[in-house]
Design a protein around this ligand. Structure first.
Ligand code: 13P
Length: 342
């Protein structure tokens, strides 16, 4: 492991004004997204859609890295150029989703554990050869009646730490993603409590596996009211509670937090990221506060595209607009659909 190399990649991924596009939807997830616009999910339609995003002019002004799914890392653009090279030629760093998704945790009704550690060392070595320089593993924590349990949090944090150690050994920056789900009618205080417990345990486990934090990124969920809660907290409160939670749990050695959008609307995610940055600046938060949005960046271009090649230009415009808005929010310069000067 070359820790200087890992730290340098991590820093490039959270370079000023830039963030990450999560385009690593698994087969079933991209199928769901395409179903929503009435498009068949085939190898070619997935390639066409993702190639369109990757070839958006000016994307690299706002996007430092793209998380790919296994199929995409091996795929070629319509003109035969590997998609990895389409990204690298613009200075965008390719990343790879390496978990094998979630299954029910044994003896824990309603709770999930992420699988994929078996054989991971070999897969990481191949992904490095194919050009990936960072990786993602998503753990899922569900809020509900009597859950999450301590053992669900600790099993998921342990798996994240084992994954992160293997990534660093293979020369890939691990993006550590413990997602506390937005689903439910819980209030923001409950989300704070669960996120705090999850992050605390995550950093205990990362230390136990000797993961070097300077060569990692955290991909957290924001501290939010549940999606179906009455009187959901506004973005100013999301900013304050989120920063309070990370300040209590995330070591300063971590170069950056790159937020998932996690089922928020794109505008909501952007406004909350903006508020988090403003609050972070106010209290002197030690990390970059950026984005690694999937739906937050793709909802608009997906609809604009609709599977029709005639719509490619307007879909690219929609993607560029969301990428620019996220970049502004990542600098605390975005408010209610308008860019704030300075
Ligand atoms: P969302 O921003 O749509 O939550 O996706 C980000 C991601 O990569 C989740 O693992």
């Amino acid at each position: 492991m070359d820790i200087h190399q890992l730290a340098s990649v991590a820093q490039q991924l959270v370079a000023p004004a830039k963030g990450i596009l999560a385009a690593d939807e698994s087969g079933p997830t991209i199928q769901k997204r395409f179903d929503s616009i009435g498009v068949d999910s085939t190898e070619d339609s997935r390639r066409d859609y993702r190639e369109m995003l990757f070839r958006t002019d000016g994307a690299s002004d706002y996007i430092s890295g793209v998380i790919l799914y296994d199929e995409t890392l091996r795929q070629k653009a319509a003109d035969g150029t590997p998609l990895v090279d389409v990204l690298r030629d613009q200075g965008i760093i390719p990343g790879i989703k390496v978990d094998n998704s979630t299954r029910p945790l044994a003896g824990a009704p309603g709770e999930l554990i992420t699988e994929g550690l078996d054989g991971l060392r070999d897969r990481l070595a191949e992904y490095f050869k194919l050009g990936a320089r960072f990786a993602k593993w998503r753990a899922v924590i569900t809020i509900g009646e009597g859950i999450p349990s301590d053992r669900c949090i600790s099993a998921n944090a342990h798996a994240l730490a084992r994954y992160a150690a293997l990534c660093q050994e293979a020369g890939l920056v691990p993006m550590v993603e413990p997602e506390v789900l937005i689903d439910g009618d819980h209030d923001i205080a409950k989300c704070f409590e669960v996120t705090e417990a999850t992050l605390r345990e995550t950093y205990v486990q990362l230390a136990a596996q000797l993961v070097v934090l300077e060569g990692t990124l955290l991909k957290p969920s924001m501290v939010l009211s549940g999606k179906s809660a009455a009187n959901r907290a506004d973005s100013a409160e999301v900013g304050e509670r989120s920063i309070e939670c990370y300040m209590a749990t995330v070591p300063a050695a971590v170069p950056g937090l790159v937020f998932l959008s996690g089922g928020q609307g794109d505008e909501e995610a952007t406004e909350n990221l903006n508020a988090i940055n403003r609050q972070g600046a106010k209290v002197g938060a030690p990390w970059e506060l950026s984005f690694s949005f999937g739906r937050g960046l793709q909802a608009a271009p997906l609809i604009a595209w609709g599977g029709d090649a005639a719509n490619i230009d307007s879909a690219k415009d929609a993607f560029a607009a969301r990428a620019r808005a996220s970049s502004m929010a990542r600098q605390g310069k975005y408010a209610s659909g308008a860019v704030v000067a300075g």
